[in-house]
Write a protein that binds this ligand. Structure first.
Ligand code: DON
Length: 651
């Protein structure tokens, strides 16, 4: 293969309402789907989830309802990445102009301690990543429930029941899911209930096998019937406490009852005339996205040559991540300076960037008034359900490891029938949902096998989806159980995979987590605290109107991917489909290397090395999903990341 790769973006008309953006990378062609419609748009990592969201839009739901349906469906068909055993951040821009940032991040248990992962003076990341101590109290379901109650048009039960059907009838595993499962087999097989769901005859399920999750179906139906109290104040909480107690965990039913959805004040800035709205701490995402944009606004990125532009972007990343390691944490516990997002501070950082040469960044910066001007504590979201806050009133019939007996509400005949038909068609066709997607392809004729495999077998955790509706509601949600299959623990009888978000805390100062991130006191473990996140659900407005909703999966690469996509769209004028497919860079200060996607042309990599960057190559980084307004403002476009198997669809 020749050393040099060239990039070309081509818009290939497919039908009236959709097109395919093609990124040609010398010997390979990566295709990102984009869809265009007027009444609503959903983009997610899984076609079944996209379809669930679209069905909700088509049947009178708004973007908030659709976003929740997508999330609940992903919890069934994309279990490695997210689910109700994990957490999420939802950023909503309502048609009336109001912006709501709903924090459903996991919380440390009441019994958590700063040194809970330290053994004989050393941090033990096995404990923070696998098993009973690894989980925070899940918040995704509480956030979904809150969002639908406050801003949706449908009931949570209507949104969760179709997903219960899929859990019950099953779906065919594709190669990517089976590989993910296989890669965690050793850790997962320690846990009996996890083996019961994901193993057959002592081995993990394979591509082509049907994954049925009857316990998860019962869990979903119980929530449909009894509300999220069933989870937070009833049988699920007690089943979890029972399992945790037997397995050395700390989580109790009281931790669930005390879980709070928080409302955060979004982080905002202006960037070349656009308004950027992103998520506040305990995510570091919005803070550093805004910080980097503020720095980069000081450079005329469009007119810089490509190598210099990438160098400047990498330098901004480095500066921001040095600050992340020191300052960031849950603002309900730590003082996170608001100055990090000020234009003045950004201007002082921009001056440190040297165009011909990479600068050494020995440590974090210090924004002015860092002690006094800090991010506000969150506001506790109003009560979630009639029972919320009124004690344990839910009737229990749990637990026993054979399953949970609960009244099972039914769907209205029509959506139920439609879903069943879909599930059966999928099964009969012998295809997993991802195989149904037209979203991703590498042209067989032009791509060597190794390249195709690298692109199709990438392992990404976490997930982002974006939704917009005809009324003008826009939603960006990023959800996670952290690394693949979270803590690997399924709570017996529930089908729920628990997160390993405790690893996002700084479990000992300077000890890197699963993503190589280090942290300080601000992100130390404390009871009731939320671990620092990189999730970056973001909405961009122009002239007061939303034009882009985006976000990504990929640990710290989430923040840098969202940055790159925004630069591609806002500075370089690319479409959403082009921006999502274009090569990405990532620098997180520590380790001191600049990671670039393999698709980045060699001459640019060399130019970056010549400027003093230690460049390392990755096949791909992060997975993003975008919904945007078309340039003429008349329709909605959606783009799904060609690095994974999702799709965008509208109507
Ligand atoms: O909240 C966070 O930042 C992480 N738990 C996200 C994990 C993630 O994106 C994993 N992807 N590779």
């Amino acid at each position: 293969m020749s050393g040099e790769r060239s990039l070309a973006y081509v818009a290939v008309p497919r039908r009236f309402t959709s097109w395919v953006c093609v990124l040609a990378i010398s010997s390979a062609v990566v295709v990102a789907t984009a869809a265009e419609n007027r009444r609503g748009m959903v983009s997610s990592v899984h076609p079944t989830a996209t379809e669930a969201g679209l069905n909700v839009l088509k049947t009178g739901g708004n973007a908030v309802d659709a976003a929740v349906a997508v999330g609940l469906t992903l919890g069934v068909v994309d279990t490695p990445n997210s689910g109700i055993g994990g957490g999420c951040f939802m950023l909503i821009r309502l048609a009336n102009g109001k912006v709501v940032a709903i924090d459903g991040r996991e919380m440390a248990t009441a019994a958590a301690t700063r040194d809970m992962f330290v053994r004989e003076g050393k941090a033990d990341t096995d404990l923070s990543q696998t098993g009973a101590l690894a989980s925070g109290v899940p918040g995704a379901l509480a956030a979904f429930d809150y969002a639908v109650r406050q801003y949706g048009k449908k009931q949570l039960s209507e949104l969760i029941l179709p997903a219960a059907e899929i859990a019950e009838h099953g779906f065919v595993l594709n190669a990517s899911y089976a590989n993910r499962l296989n890669s965690v087999a050793d850790d997962m097989k320690q846990f009996e209930a996890s083996r019961a769901v994901f193993f057959r005859d002592g081995e993990t399920l394979k591509a082509g096998d049907v994954l049925k999750q009857p316990d998860l179906a019962v869990t979903y139906r119980s929530i449909a019937g009894q509300g999220s109290d069933w989870f937070y104040r009833g049988p699920f909480a007690r089943a979890t406490e029972q399992w945790m107690r037997a397995n050395g965990g700390l989580m109790t039913a009281a931790d669930f009852a005390n879980y709070q959805v928080m409302l955060r004040e979004p982080v905002t800035t202006t960037y070349r005339g656009y308004k950027i709205v992103s998520f506040a701490p305990p995510s570091s995402g919005g803070v550093h996205l805004v910080q980097m944009l503020n720095i980069l606004e000081k450079f005329d990125l469009k007119s810089l040559d490509e190598a210099t532009r990438l160098h400047v972007i990498a330098e901004a990343m480095k500066l921001a991540f040095a600050d992340r390691a020191h300052w960031l944490g849950d603002p309900d516990f730590a003082k996170v300076p608001r100055g990090l997002v000020s234009k003045k501070y950004a201007a002082s950082l921009a001056k440190k960037i040297n165009l011909p040469r990479a600068t050494e960044v020995p440590s974090h910066g210090t924004p002015s008034k860092w002690e006094r001007d800090v991010f506000r504590k969150g506001r506790i979201a109003a009560s979630l359900s009639p029972q919320w806050g009124e004690g344990l009133r839910v009737k229990d019939s749990l637990p026993d490891s054979t399953g949970i007996a609960m009244p099972i509400p039914s769907l209205n005949p029509s959506p139920r029938a439609a879903l069943k038909t879909h599930a059966l068609q999928t099964l009969r066709a012998g295809r997993g949902p991802q195989e149904l997607a037209p979203a991703f392809g590498v042209r067989a004729s032009s791509a060597p096998l190794s390249f195709r495999q690298e692109f199709t077998q990438i392992e990404k955790h976490t997930t982002h989806w974006s939704v917009a509706d005809a009324e003008g509601n826009w939603v960006a949600v990023t959800a996670t159980i952290n690394t693949s299959f979270g803590s690997k623990v399924v709570i017996p009888g529930t089908g729920v995979v628990m997160n390993n978000e405790m690893d996002d805390f700084s479990i000992q100062p300077g000890v890197p987590n699963a993503f190589g991130l280090i942290g300080a006191d601000a992100n130390a473990v404390e009871p009731g605290k939320r671990p620092l996140s990189s999730m970056t659900p973001t909405i961009v407005l122009k002239n007061g109107k939303p034009i882009i909703a985006l976000g990504a999966a990929g640990g710290p690469k989430i923040i840098t991917s969202v940055l790159m996509e925004l630069i591609y769209m806002l500075d370089l004028g690319m479409s959403a489909g082009e921006a999502i497919a274009a090569p990405r860079l990532h620098h997180q200060w520590s380790p001191g290397e600049l990671q670039v996607e393999r698709a980045l042309p060699l001459h640019l990599r060399t130019a970056l090395q010549q400027r003093g960057h230690e460049v390392t190559e990755l096949n791909s980084m992060a997975v993003s999903h975008i919904v945007a307004r078309s340039p003429d403002g008349r329709s909605l476009v959606g783009a799904a990341d060609p690095r994974a198997g999702g799709n965008a669809a509208g109507w």
